[in-house]
Structure formats: C-alpha cells, structure tokens
Write a protein that binds this ligand. Structure first.
Ligand code: GDP
Ligand code: CA
Length: 350
C-alpha cells in the first residue's frame, strides 16, 4: 500500500488522521509492512513510502471580520502540525485574544465568532493570498509549508474539497419571519446558537455548481485505500460527497473504501451530528449512518463500516446490506487507541 486518502471534517477527522499517522509510524496497520515500503526485510521499519492525502471539508468556511476562515482545513493543519489547542478543540496553542476584546470594545458585529490573535495571522495570510489571485488550494499548500512539511515532509498533503466558495446554511424556526424560518450560517448555528435548536433544513450554497479542487478526484481514483474518518456524516463528509464528481470517483475507484462511525450508542461523541442527521431524516445510530453511505456493491460509496462495540448488534444488518462490518472500541482516547481503530478499519477491507 502506497497511498491513503482520507475525506475529513475538522476535529473528528483530524484526530483520526493523527492516530492513522501514529499507526503508520508504529507499524501496526495491517498490509502496510516495512517490506512494502522498502524499509528492510525485518518488518520493523516505518513505512516511509506511504503518503496520506487529506481532502478536507470547506463548507464550514466563512468570511468574517473581513477574513476568510476555513475551520476544518485549519483544525486539520493545526492538529497535525502540533499547533492546536487541545483543551479548546480548535484554534492555536498559546493563544491571546486582544483583537477579539478590541472588536467587542468597538461594538463590532459578529464577535460571537472568536478569533484568537495567532489564529488571525493564518486568516490574514490566507485572505491576502486569495485577494492576490491564488486559489484556496494554493493558499492551503503555502500554509501547510509551515505546519505540515517540517513534521511530515512530503508524506502528508492537505487539500480543500473545492476552490469554489461553498457555505452550509441552516434554517431554524423564527416566528417573527413570514416563512416561520430564519437562515443562519452553519458557524452561527454551531457557535452562537450552540446547535441548541433543531436544524429544520440545510442549504449547501454553491455546492451543486462547485468543482473539485485540483488533485481531489485523482487522490480518490489513485488511492490504494480511501477512509471516511469519524467525521460528521452530513456537514463534513456529506458536503465533500456533494461536490460534483466525488461520489462517482468513490464508486469507480479500485481502492477499497472504509468508514468509521462518529455515532456511538446512538449519540455523537462531540459536535452536532445528531441534529444534522435529524435534519436529513437519518437515525442517529451507527448502523443507520453506515447504511446511509451504503455499500458500493449496491450503489453506495463504502465497502466497510466500523462501529463501536456497544453497537455490535448493528453488524448483521450492515452485512446484509452488502457491507463488511465489525464492532471495536471507537473512542479516540489517545494516539494508540486511534491507531488501533485505523488498523481495524484497514483490516476490514484488506
Ligand atoms: P468538526 O468539523 O470539527 O465537527 O469535526 P468532524 O466532522 O471531523 O468530526 C465530528 C465528529 O467526530 C462528531 O460527529 C463526533 O461524534 C465524532 N467524534 C469525535 N470524537 C470521537 C471519538 O472519540 N470517536 C468517534 N467514533 N467519533 C468521534
Ligand atoms: Ca467542521
């Protein structure tokens, strides 16, 4: 195995990829032996030849305070580059908040979306480059030269799902509006409203007319393995799948496609997958999400689906639906536990 492609959101995806890379280094991933990677015949070497391409969701992106912010790209970049504040789960380590405080002092709008001072440097570089005519892919590559290259060299590549502007908007109940609904940006639903009200409807502005970023289709078509990490099935993986051409590429690739459930025991571990699944009419259960993606042999996009041990009862129905399925602990408590999840996922579809 030479190349692995992961279709990722922010937190869940980034944590999984961190564990996958840890597993690669530790040599615990089945079928990815040192023999395949020219690292020697003793089986002990790290598989240096294996590359990981991360295709990240960009439908969470927003323009705010005059800056282009890409939350999922940045979460992956900071996590893998060892710059993420793990307590907060987003943004930079050693962060300060002077700009936010001064925006509030001005009474500036949209201060519900907190941007730390260090984080703002990333958005300033990105925004200036975009305004100078670079594409989001080019900007991401430039930002990753600081964060990923020093740690991984050429082993890890991060690409946005599209260079086009795509934004997830959420319709929520609003009695003061003639339609009874008001639409907010996904980040406003998540950060300001804390996903505490039902998402009546989701609108993916720009998605249908978007084109995949350079390298996205190639990364799926040319992979030896494609992984759907435990990212949000609707607003992270779902939006990547919604970029025209991506579903077809998954259906056509010679690589096996395996996914890991972000739902454990009927609940998301973190975030708002339950609210998002409700808005598209899919049960918040590990089995239902696997069946929502569906077996490639039956017109879906995955070959295997990993559920947590507490969801073991869903395995038979998943197998009946044409999937390889297994139940193992899916809590990404540390890098070893997450590497074991990656190993189980790979073992399922080898
Ligand atoms: P976001 O863009 O920051 O929301 O991140 P993702 O979409 O990549 O991941 C969010 C999903 O990760 C949520 O639906 C969580 O349920 C899931 N998640 C977070 N931690 C864990 C974990 O330890 N195990 C599993 N299986 N899922 C997790
Ligand atoms: Ca996200």
């Amino acid at each position: 195995m030479r190349s692995i492609t992961v279709l990722s959101g922010g937190h869940g995806g980034a944590k999984f990829i961190e564990g996958l890379l840890h597993g690669l280094r530790a040599g615990v991933l089945p079928g990815i032996s040192s023999a395949e990677s020219d690292a020697g015949a003793d089986g002990a070497g790290a598989p240096e030849g294996v590359t990981v391409t991360v295709v990240a969701n960009t439908a969470d992106d927003l323009w705010i305070h005059g800056l282009k912010v890409c939350p999922d790209l940045d979460t992956v970049m900071y996590t893998l580059g060892r710059g993420l504040d793990h307590d907060r789960g987003w943004g930079r380590t050693d962060e300060t908040w002077s700009v936010k405080e001064d925006l509030e002092a001005y009474g500036a709008p949209n201060t519900w979306f907190g941007l730390g001072d260090r984080d703002i440097a990333t958005h300033l570089v990105r925004t200036q480059m975009l305004e100078a005519g670079f594409t989001l892919s080019q900007v991401t590559e430039a930002l990753c030269r600081r964060w990923l290259s020093p740690v991984y060299g050429d082993q890890v590549r991060l690409v946005p799902m599209s260079d086009d502007r795509i934004e997830t908007h959420v319709a929520v109940k609003d009695d003061s509006s003639p339609s009874g609904l008001a639409t907010v940006h996904f980040q406003e639903y998540w950060v300001r409203l804390r996903a505490a009200v039902p998402a009546e409807q989701l609108v993916f502005v720009g998605l249908e007319s978007a084109t995949p970023a350079p390298g996205v289709i190639e990364a799926i078509a040319g992979a030896d393995l494609v992984i759907l990490p435990p990212s949000n099935p609707v607003v992270s993986v779902g939006t990547i799948l919604g970029v025209p051409g991506v579903r077809d590429a998954l259906a056509a690739t010679a690589a096996p496609v395996v996914g890991i459930s972000p739902i454990i025991g009927g609940h998301h571990v973190r975030g708002m997958a339950e609210q998002m699944l409700a808005s598209i009419g899919v049960d918040a259960s590990a089995g239902a999400v696997g069946q929502h993606y569906g077996a490639r042999s039956a017109g879906g996009i995955i070959d295997g689906w990993l559920v947590d041990s507490v969801d073991a009862a869903s395995v038979t129905a998943l197998e009946d639906a044409g999937l390889r399925a297994a139940a193992v602990p899916l809590w990404m408590t540390d890098a070893d536990a997450t590497a074991a999840i990656a190993a189980a996922a790979i073992g399922l579809v080898r």
